[in-house]
Structure formats: structure tokens, C-alpha cells
Ligand binder design. Structure first.
Ligand SMILES: NC(=O)c1ccc[n+]([C@@H]2O[C@H](COP(=O)([O-])OP(=O)(O)OC[C@H]3O[C@@H](n4cnc5c(N)ncnc54)[C@H](O)[C@@H]3O)[C@@H](O)[C@H]2O)c1
Length: 386
């Protein structure tokens, strides 16, 4: 399950490597530098096709004692080769891909590997992968020796527009999503859309769901831009990634610990997480996170109409966009109490009330709504009826 290691170097050699690599990266990265930078109190996000020069400089500057890279078998194959052009003397930790592995057992293996390799407080973990790698890697790094630095390099669209930014790190427990976790920001995030070239179509769709959510809760014009393109046109989707980063970070900056405002990012997730957990337990090919959130957004748009008078026209538009692109899931054979049982375990709930973020209109969200079980059942039936 786990991969290999290379060597340790002293600081003089490190400097020499820096000089050589600076020359090397300038040769391999070529001319055009498209770079967007976002700086926050404790960390920075760099986005563009040429961000890894900065990664290399950072690693040298920070004098990390050891550099670990966490990958899964896909990102080791498709993404590590690009990173390897910029970094060496890394220690690779490989885990098996998939939500089923975002568990305590996998976390224990990552911690053990850090320990075996004698990672100290000045070691850094680079999370190279999608949301699963980012979530579990961030969780392991933020708890190992009470916290070491970690850097996120998202390689899925969902990771780039959402999971890698915002500092939420977690693992699932007994099939319930993200029950154990931390909120700690990565030291840096490097977003390189070139990784999208090898991403399967269904994973592009997965990220598109979270982008749609950003439009629905915060920015009607962004929603309109998104629905005017297809999620599979990488050359059209890639320039919109920065739109999602800006929208998400403007929320996270104001409320990093999700005391209030940040809850708006949970639109579609109360029902979505429950469906995702149900599917993970019961389906041979479980729904992906974004697919489940897309269903959740249709159902929660229905609840938004019931509770906040979202117009019929907007409910219809949201439903049509999602039904048009995302695979169908049928609730006819599933008892809604089963889904509601999962919702009751949602960490956002207080007392027994199931907590929802709903939208007043496209581009404007409200938080802390409760809905009855019969309203939730009606919302699932509405999705089924489309
Ligand atoms: N922390 C947060 O704020 C946050 C936000 C949203 C979602 N999430 C979490 O993110 C997870 C879902 O993330 P995801 O959708 O990225 O799934 P994922 O991490 O499972 O990746 C999807 C698949 O794509 C493969 N892959 C990754 N990059 C690739 C590439 N460039 N080329 C080819 N294959 C590649 C992976 O190996 C995997 O098989 C869920 O666990 C969800 O709870 C977290």
C-alpha cells in the first residue's frame, strides 16, 4: 500500500539544489506565466499553469527538514511526474483512492509512516490529489505532533474549487461523513489546471457541482456563466476556477470556524451528505460527493421554495441544469426515513433539529433553517418526480 523514499540533504546542498533547480524550472516551465495569487493571514493560494516554481522556492525558504508527498495510485501515476520535475528528495506516501479509505485506519497508516520516517515538527506534508487526499492529509498533518505544515496541491476540479481551500480537514467514522476533523489552513495551496487533462469526465462533473453551488449561494452572474458552458470543456471551465476560489475565500476569511456565515457553503450538503453516505454503504458504484450534492441542491431548492419563497422559475432552472448533466438516482425503493436517519447524524445539527442552508433566490443564501421530516420526504419525492 505504501510507496518509497529518497534521501536527506544538508542545507549547503539544499542551496546548491535551489540554484540548479531554479535554472532547471525556468527551462522546463518555459515562458508564459499565468498566475493569480491570493494572500490571507496565515497562508496563500497560487493558481496558474506555472505555480510550481513558487512551491520549490517556498520549500527551500522554509528549510523543511523532510518533504512528504501524500498521493493515491491515480495521482501517483498522473500527477506526481509533473511535481517531480520541480521537487526531489521527497518521501512518497501512497494510499488507496476512494472515499471508503477516508478512515481512521488510513490516517493511522499515514501517521505511522511519518513516525517511521522520523518526521519532526519542521517536516511538511504535500497533499497531491483530490478532496479525499486533501481531507485526510490535512487531518493527519494538523494532528501529527500537534501539527506540522501541509501544502495542498489539488488535482481534481472539486479539490481546486473547494476541498483544498478553506482549511477543513476530516475523516469519516462508521460511514458518516467528516465526523472527526480539524480546521487548520494549509500553509499554501497550488492550483494547476493542467492536472484536469487526465481527470475522468465524471470527476469534472463532480467539481462542477460545487461551482454551481457557489453561484447559487453567492453570485447569480457566476451561476449564469457556469450554466452557459458544459462541465466537460476544460478550456472553458479552467478560467472559472478563480471565480470559485474568490467566492469561497471571501466567506472563509470572515468566518473560518463556521460560527455563522460559512454555513452558507453547506447548501445542498445536508441532504447531499446523507445520500452520499447511504450510497457509499449500499451501492456497488457509490455516488460521488458532487453527484450527491447536486441531488441535495435540487431537494434543498425545493425546500427553499417551501420556506423562503424561491420562485418556481428559479427552482425549475436549478432542477433542469442538474438533471441535464448529473446521473439520476432513484429514491423510490429507498425509505426516506433511512436517508433522514443519516441526516440526523449530520454534525451541523443542534439538538434534534436537522439544520439547512437554503436560498432566497439564485445568488442569495440564508442559514439555520429547520425542516420537518414530511417536508424532507416531499423534497426527495420532488427530485424523484423530475
Ligand atoms: N474539505 C473541504 O472543504 C471539502 C469540500 C468539498 C468536498 N470535500 C471532500 O472531498 C472528497 C471528494 O473529493 P474528490 O471529488 O476530489 O474525489 P477524490 O479525491 O476521491 O478523487 C476522485 C478520483 O480522481 C482521481 N484523480 C485525482 N486527480 C486526478 C487526476 N489529475 N487525473 C486522474 N485521476 C485523478 C483520484 O485518484 C480518485 O480516484 C470527499 O471526501 C468530500 O467530503 C471536502
Amino acid at each position: 500500500m505504501f510507496g518509497d523514499i529518497v534521501c536527506v540533504i544538508d542545507s549547503a546542498t539544499r542551496f546548491l539544489i535551489f540554484v540548479l533547480l531554479t535554472v532547471k524550472t525556468q527551462i522546463c516551465s518555459g515562458k508564459s506565466k499565468i498566475l493569480k495569487e491570493y494572500h490571507f493571514k496565515d497562508f496563500s493560494i497560487y493558481s496558474g499553469n506555472d505555480v510550481f516554481d513558487i512551491l520549490l522556492e517556498t520549500i527551500i525558504e522554509k528549510s523543511y527538514t523532510k518533504v512528504f508527498v501524500l498521493a493515491d495510485e491515480q495521482t501517483e501515476k498522473y500527477c506526481l511526474p509533473l511535481l517531480n520535475k520541480y521537487l526531489f528528495d521527497i518521501r512518497l506516501i501512497t494510499i488507496t483512492s476512494g472515499e471508503q479509505n477516508k478512515t481512521l485506519q488510513t490516517a493511522e497508516k499515514i501517521w505511522s509512516r511519518l513516525q517511521q520516517e522520523e518526521a519532526d515538527k519542521k517536516a511538511v506534508l504535500i497533499n497531491l490529489g483530490g478532496g479525499v487526499i486533501g481531507d485526510i492529509g490535512g487531518f493527519c498533518a494538523s494532528t501529527y505532533k500537534r501539527g506540522i505544515d501541509f501544502i495542498n496541491i489539488p488535482t481534481t476540479l472539486l479539490g481546486m474549487v473547494d476541498a483544498a481551500i478553506g482549511g477543513k480537514n476530516a475523516i469519516d467514522l462508521n460511514g458518516i461523513k467528516n465526523v472527526i476533523g480539524t480546521i487548520k489552513q494549509p500553509s499554501m495551496v497550488f492550483i494547476n489546471p493542467d492536472f484536469l487533462k487526465t481527470l475522468p469526465k465524471e470527476d469534472l462533473l463532480n467539481g462542477y457541482a460545487e461551482m454551481l453551488k457557489h453561484g447559487l449561494i453567492l453570485d447569480a452572474a457566476y451561476w449564469q456563466k457556469l450554466i452557459s458552458i458544459s462541465p466537460w470543456e476544460i478550456n472553458k471551465i479552467a478560467p472559472l476556477i478563480n471565480g470559485s476560489i474568490k467566492l469561497k475565500m471571501q466567506v472563509v476569511k470572515k468566518d473560518p470556524d463556521e460560527k455563522s456565515l460559512r454555513k452558507i457553503l453547506n447548501f445542498g450538503h445536508t441532504i447531499g451528505h446523507a445520500i452520499e453516505a447511504y450510497s457509499l454503504k449500499n451501492d456497488k458504484k457509490p455516488l460521488k460527493h458532487g453527484e450527491a450534492v447536486a441531488i441535495g441542491m435540487v431537494a434543498e431548492a425545493f425546500l427553499s421554495k417551501a420556506k423562503l419563497n424561491l420562485t418556481n422559475k428559479e427552482l425549475r432552472q436549478i432542477s433542469e441544469v442538474i438533471i441535464n448533466y448529473f446521473p439520476r438516482y432513484s429514491f423510490r425503493s429507498i425509505l426516506s426515513p433511512e436517508i433522514i436517519r443519516y441526516m440526523k447524524q449530520d454534525k451541523k445539527n443542534v439538538d434534534d433539529a436537522i439544520n439547512f442552508t437554503l436560498i432566497k433566490k439564485i445568488g442569495k443564501a440564508g442559514i439555520n433553517f429547520t425542516c420537518s421530516e414530511s417536508q424532507i420526504t416531499a423534497a426527495l419525492n420532488y427530485y424523484d418526480s423530475l
